[in-house]
Design a protein around this ligand. Structure first.
Ligand SMILES: [Zn+2]
Length: 77
């Protein structure tokens, strides 16, 4: 009888996962950059006329960072 021992190393590459996460974060941050400095309207959250159009097509308030499309505050931009 032969015992075959195959010690397989199935540890996932943690470095790859971290890199993907960081890339996703960078893309997320880039998408929240205002595409122009022209204000597009009034913020429904703080009532200031400081809405800016972002690269992701959503609007965000320059003052309080409210995003009406997400109905939530935008991540740090
Ligand atoms: Zn606001």
């Amino acid at each position: 009888m032969t015992i075959t021992s195959t010690p397989e190393n199935e540890s996932k590459s943690l470095a790859d996962l971290v890199t993907e996460d960081q890339l996703a974060d960078e893309q997320k941050q880039a998408s929240w950059k205002p595409v122009s400095s022209d204000y597009t309207g009034q913020c429904p959250q703080c009532a200031r006329p400081r809405m800016l159009l972002c690269a992701n097509g959503k609007h965000v308030c320059e003052k309080c960072q409210w995003c009406p499309e997400d109905n939530a505050y935008a991540p740090n931009i």
